[in-house]
Ligand binder design. Sequence first.
Ligand code: HEC
Length: 181
Amino acid sequence: MRKPLPCVFLFFSIVVSAQFVFGSKSVAIKGSHRLGVVGDKGGILVFQMQAHMGAKGVVKERMLIMKSYASSMKKINKELRDKTSVNYALIKLEANDIVESSQKVMELFPPGSGGGMSEASLKIWQQPSDFKKIIEELNQAAQRLAQATSTGVPNLVIEKFRTLGGTCKKCHQKYRVKKKV
Ligand code: HEC
């Protein structure tokens, strides 16, 4: 029982100091201007912040929208894999979801909302009109996909789906800086 103790202690001190080094930044952000809000709403808000690993407010909201895009794209892709049994109604629904939510994407990127947990590139606020233009392209491409579903021609729908996917990629290449491993 005596031998492993120093190892355990060493392990703990590494964990604690790692938290101090890596965790101090987000703790500082959490602590600074949000403390009043945490105090007002009690434990619920604290719990939510932990559940989202520190992302909150508009950053959390835009991450959730982006996640819903990814989920829509996945569902549409799955439908189009077997061209003989495509559920066009489902594709239309998902595409229209993207159309609708893309209208508020710009609001979720207010100036100064980068940094911290966010993967948003600072270029967004240096070239806001170009960023906005790509959101518009996303909106248009999703509309065209929704319209194409009424033709029932799989290759046409696939083509529109690819164009839509291209707008995700285009924006990410320019304006998203991947941080996660
Ligand atoms: C106009 C630009 C733009 C378009 C178009 C766009 N994205 Fe994003 N996306 C971003 C930015 C910027 C981030 C990083 C946001 C942040 O971390 O603050 C992001 C993040 C994400 C994430 C990570 C979310 C998270 O939880 O961290 C996913 C997934 C994603 N996008 C999927 C998509 C898909 C799928 C599409 C197309 C249907 C799409 N995006 C279209 C700009 C865009």
